[in-house]
Design a protein around this ligand. Structure first.
Ligand code: BTN
Length: 265
C-alpha cells in the first residue's frame, strides 16, 4: 500500500474553509510540538500544520516519551491562536480528543476517550494529545495541539513495557490504513470541532465526549494537585471538568486538571 506522508499528499488533505495552512512535513524531527512552538514564537500563522514521519524525542504528557518510529503512525502538531481566555485554553485538548475520536471512527474504528487526553480502542491506548500553550497578561498567545495516533504499528513495534496496554488502528482492525487518509479526517474533524468550541464553548461538544466516555462509572485512581486517591468517575461537566466522587467522600467534586493513574476494567 502506498503510504507516503509528503508535503504534496498533506496539502491535498487540507479542505478549504478550515483553518489549516502552510503544512510543514518533516522526514524526521525531535518533536513536532517543539517545532510548532518555535514556529509560533517566530510568527507562524494560526492553522499552521507540522507533520513528521518520525520523531526522535516525541513528547508525551507528564514528561513521558512518545514512541515515534518512522513510517507507521501520525505525529502532528497544529498551531492555534485562539481568542479565548487563558483559563479556557486547556479545553482545546479535550476538543482535540473529540475530533480525534471523530476521525478514527470515520475510518471505521470505534473509539473511546479517557479523560483528559487519551484515545482508546478496545480498552487500550491508541492515541494521545499534548497541548502546550504560551500566554501573557493579555491572554493566550498561541496553543500547539500535538496529536500522536498509532496507525499501523504492530505488536512487535512497541517496546515491551507498552505491549498489552498500547494498541494501534491496525492491531484493532486487522488491516493497514493510509496515514494521509486518517490525517485528512483528523484535520476536517479538528477544524469543525474547533469552530463549534469557539462558537459555543465545550458544552457544544459534550455529546461527542459523553457517548465515548471510557471512564464514566468506573473506579479510578486520580492524581491531582493535593494527592492521589481512588473514587468513581461520573463523566464531564459542561466546562470539561471530570466529575469525581472520592471513596468515602460526601459529594462529587469537579476536577479541572489531573491524571488517571489506574482504573478497574
Ligand atoms: C500523551 O498521551 O502523553 C500525549 C502524546 C502526544 C504525542 C504527540 S506526537 C506529535 C506531537 N509531538 C510531540 O512531541 N508530542 C505530540
Amino acid at each position: 500500500m502506498e503510504d507516503r506522508l509528503g508535503e504534496e499528499e498533506v496539502r491535498e488533505a487540507l479542505r478549504p474553509g478550515l483553518p489549516w495552512t502552510d503544512p510543514v512535513c518533516l522526514a524526521v524531527t525531535d518533536s513536532t510540538n517543539r517545532v510548532a512552538m518555535e514556529m509560533a514564537e517566530n510568527g507562524a500563522p494560526h492553522g499552521t500544520v507540522v507533520v513528521a514521519d518520525a520523531q526522535t524525542a516525541g513528547r508525551g504528557r507528564m514528561g513521558r516519551r512518545w514512541v515515534s518510529p518512522a513510517g507507521k503512525n501520525l505525529y502532528v502538531s497544529l498551531l492555534l491562536r485562539p481568542s479565548v481566555p487563558a483559563v479556557d485554553a486547556p479545553l482545546l485538548a479535550l476538543v482535540a480528543g473529540v475530533a480525534l475520536a471523530d476521525a478514527v471512527e470515520a475510518v471505521g474504528v470505534p473509539a473511546s476517550l479517557k479523560w483528559p487526553n487519551d484515545l482508546y480502542c478496545g480498552g487500550r491506548k491508541a492515541g494521545g494529545i499534548l497541548a502546550e500553550m504560551a500566554s501573557d497578561p493579555d491572554g493566550v498567545r498561541h496553543v500547539v495541539i500535538g496529536v500522536g495516533l498509532n496507525v499501523n504499528m504492530e505488536e512487535a513495534d512497541f517496546p515491551p513495557d507498552l505491549r498489552g496496554t498500547a494498541t494501534s488502528l491496525r492491531i484493532f482492525a486487522g488491516r493497514a490504513f493510509r496515514r494521509v487518509d486518517v490525517l485528512a479526517r483528523l484535520l476536517d474533524a479538528l477544524g469543525t470541532r474547533y469552530a463549534e468550541f469557539v462558537g459555543g464553548g465545550f458544552a457544544s461538544l459534550r455529546d461527542g465526549w459523553d457517548r465515548r466516555d471510557f471512564l464514566r462509572g468506573r473506579r479510578v485512581l486520580l492524581r491531582r494537585h493535593g494527592g492521589e486517591g481512588w473514587g468513581t468517575a461520573d463523566g464531564l461537566d459542561t466546562v470539561g471538568a471530570l466529575r469525581f466522587l472520592p471513596d468515602g467522600g460526601p459529594a462529587i467534586e469537579s476536577v479541572h486538571s489531573g491524571e488517571i493513574l489506574d482504573f478497574r476494567r
